[in-house]
Design a protein around this ligand. Structure first.
Ligand SMILES: [Zn+2]
Length: 281
């Protein structure tokens, strides 16, 4: 990927690995396959800041001075988030990471350069935790969604289930919320979502990427963790990423992997959580 070519004082920002700047031309390259929905491009009057993540991972943050200073306090904690993710899920699967802040109400796990909207929480005192949760979620997608992408959008639960569950694993201990309290809350949401927008396994065209593909499969992963315990669960998660790096995968591949890796038959549990019109027991 070469370019974009931008005017003086402007910066051209994209996903992939930064490959240098000459004059007003910014270059990015990648040696890993990238799904088209994970590409990003931003052009603007940005300030660049570099940092170093775990095992020397190069990080680049792009922000607008004066506008993004509060969010930058959280972005600068990226090494800490990535270190926590690596301890649980294995090495970050790309040669660089970064964040670009843009005017938007959402965020996206764009590969090697997370696109963070400059959104705010309803209460200013909640901003830092909200930004942290979203950033951990988008970084988590680099393991679950980016390096292992879904074969088609029927399996978007495979992205969002993991990222949502990992976000909860990060924020619950911080917020002193027990697994049990979280599960009760999530089951309430799950029941409502299945009723309103259907089960997560085959999203309806008119309700694509609704919260059902986030919450319901996160709860499903929680059931697997409860059955096999932490050690086996995080071994499974690590092995899934390591064995399927730079591929696309679907439900059948996930079920087969879980069954082989755990030596137990989770076919019915997974299918029920993905297809049931009501919350499974
Ligand atoms: Zn997500």
């Amino acid at each position: 990927l070469t370019g974009p070519i931008v005017g003086p004082g402007w910066a051209g920002i994209a996903g992939g690995t930064p490959a240098g700047q000459s004059g007003n031309t910014y270059r990015y390259t990648t040696s890993d396959p990238m799904a088209s929905y994970l590409a990003t491009l931003a052009v603007g009057k940005y300030q660049k800041e570099t940092a170093t993540g775990p095992h020397g991972l190069p990080l680049t943050y792009w922000y607008r001075p004066g506008k993004d200073d509060a969010m930058m306090k959280v972005i600068r904690k990226s090494p800490q988030y990535l270190e926590w993710l690596e301890a649980k899920f294995g090495p970050y699967p790309f040669p660089s990471a970064g964040v670009v802040i843009v005017p938007s109400e959402s965020a996206m796990e764009t590969q090697q350069m997370v696109t963070m909207g400059d959104f705010k929480a309803a209460k200013a005192s909640d901003n830092e935790n909200l930004w942290e949760d979203v950033l951990v979620h988008e970084y988590a997608h680099h393991w679950f969604g980016d390096t292992v992408s879904p074969t088609n959008w029927n399996d978007v639960w495979l992205n969002e289930g993991w990222a949502t569950y990992i976000e909860a694993l990060w924020s619950n201990p911080r917020d002193k919320i027990s697994d049990k309290v979280w599960e009760t809350w999530a089951r309430g949401r799950d029941a409502k979502l299945r009723k309103e927008v259907g089960p997560p396994g085959k999203p309806r065209a008119d309700s694509f990427a609704e919260s059902n593909v986030y919450i319901c499969p996160a709860l499903m992963l929680h059931q697997i963790r409860k059955q096999i315990g932490d050690q086996a669960f995080f071994d499974l998660a690590k092995a899934w990423v390591a064995s399927n790096r730079n591929t696309v995968r679907d439900r059948a591949a996930f079920i087969a992997f879980v069954n082989t890796h755990t030596g137990k038959d989770f076919t019915q549990l997974i299918n029920t959580w993905l297809d049931s019109p009501t919350t499974p027991k």
